[in-house]
Design a protein around this ligand. Structure first.
Ligand code: ZN
Length: 154
């Protein structure tokens, strides 16, 4: 389960809309909090994203359907997160004029320890978003319950 705070969400949506019709990408920082489980149920945790960091799409080609993050940018963001007492929890990117699904390319470029949030931008405006958890073999990504500020939902 992943929950994005107003502040981080605003940064993500503005970034995605600004980069349209290209794909944007960035990092999501926050903390993992244990959730009180129902009696008899497995204990769960919730990832709370309090900060979004826009990164440069370094893909050398048509950026309308592809993104690439420089590993050094990610490393730097990871260090800054730790220094601020936060964790690098996931990666976000946008799908211009496409649904927020997890593509084959997304799967191939994924890391199993991150949450991947995809924002669908339709005609330059935010439409909907989904989060995915890829497996270690990069053969499948499980949908992850995503909670975003309600003012932006459709
Ligand atoms: Zn994608």
């Amino acid at each position: 389960m992943i929950r994005i705070t107003d502040e981080a969400w605003q940064v993500m949506v503005e970034h995605a809309q600004r980069q349209y019709p290209d794909e944007c990408c960035g990092a999501m920082l926050g903390v993992v909090r244990p959730e009180a489980a129902q009696p008899g149920a497995e204990p769960t945790s919730v990832k709370v994203i309090s900060r979004a960091v826009p990164l440069v799409n370094t893909y050398q080609g048509e950026q309308a359907d592809r993104y690439e993050i420089n590993p050094m940018d990610l490393l730097k963001t990871d260090r800054e997160a730790r220094a601020a007492g936060l964790e690098l929890i996931g990666i976000y990117h946008s799908h211009p004029d496409c649904d927020a699904y997890f593509s084959k390319t997304d799967l191939e470029n994924s890391c199993p320890w991150y949450s991947f949030v995809v924002l669908s931008i339709q005609q330059g405006v935010f439409h909907h978003a989904n989060s995915f958890l890829p497996n270690a073999e990069q053969t499948h990504a499980e949908p992850e319950p995503l909670f975003i500020p309600s003012s932006t939902t459709h």
